[in-house]
Design a protein around this ligand. Structure first.
Ligand code: PRP
Ligand code: URA
Length: 217
């Protein structure tokens, strides 16, 4: 991690369960099946933290004994996984918020330029949610996240949070400069990027490690 101060829109989890699972995720020996399981568990924990300020609506329910003031989620929540690596984060978030809508965005990083290329977007004409949670395990240069936020803001989303498993300072700086209103929740803020734009120490390629598509030579 760099010595730079943590920007106010960045939340790095300190929860022991998160740190324990992060070590498993980073370990190059972790096979895709276990990797997917831990992506899912970490997503649940980070999603739980990210929703701490979600809006509530009052509700009265009747227990077997009496009536009581209770609450229900007041925000219409949209989950926006960035294909493909963000897919592995969706199920856990849907467990947390079963009524959430899921809107997929397809972006890949051009390996040469490191710029994001959009290849899938079926958002309807105007926003149908109050709070968007963008799901992507890795925030590297920040190009993909910034592009996704641009798309969502053009769509009409005005409350957006970014949930990553690992972030690089370069990506945090890029997102914070372009979209200071977007909060970033992650399990780790790593050292930086290598000359191929990979996060150091990171975990490698999050998509390949989930889906078993990495190089085998
Ligand atoms: C990875 C990752 C992010 C992006 C981060 O996706 O899941 O979307 O790179 O890099 P950036 O911050 O520099 O934009 P990738 O492009 O490898 O596509 P994939 O999910 O299909 O593997
Ligand atoms: N995408 C990944 O999957 N890993 C990185 O380290 C950077 C971008």
């Amino acid at each position: 991690m760099s010595d730079n101060p943590v920007p106010p829109n960045l939340h790095v989890s300190r929860h022991p369960a998160v740190l324990h699972k992060l070590a498993i995720l980073r370990d190059q020996q972790t096979e895709p099946k276990k990797f997917r399981e831990v992506v899912r568990e970490l997503s649940w924990l980070l999603g739980y933290e990210a929703l701490a300020d979600a809006r509530l609506r009052p509700l009265r329910v009747r227990t077997p004994l009496a009536e009581v003031e209770a609450h229900e989620l007041g925000d219409r929540i949209g989950l926006v996984p960035i294909l493909r690596a963000g897919l592995g984060m969706v199920d856990a978030m849907l467990e947390l918020m079963p009524t959430a809508q899921v809107w997929h965005l397809g972006l890949f990083r051009d390996e040469r330029t490191l710029r994001p290329v959009e290849y899938y977007n079926k958002l309807p004409d105007s926003a149908t949610v109050d709070l968007c949670l963008i799901l992507d395990p890795m925030l590297a240069t920040g190009g993909s996240a910034t592009a996704a936020i641009d798309v969502l803001k053009r769509w009409g989303a005005n409350r957006i949070k970014l949930i990553n498993l690992i972030a690089a300072p370069e990506g945090v700086a890029a997102v914070s400069a372009a979209h200071p209103d977007v909060t970033i929740h992650c399990a780790a803020l790593d050292r930086g990027l290598n000359d191929k734009g990979y996060i150091l120490p990171g975990l490698g390629d999050a998509g390949d490690r989930q889906f078993g598509t990495g190089r085998r030579d």
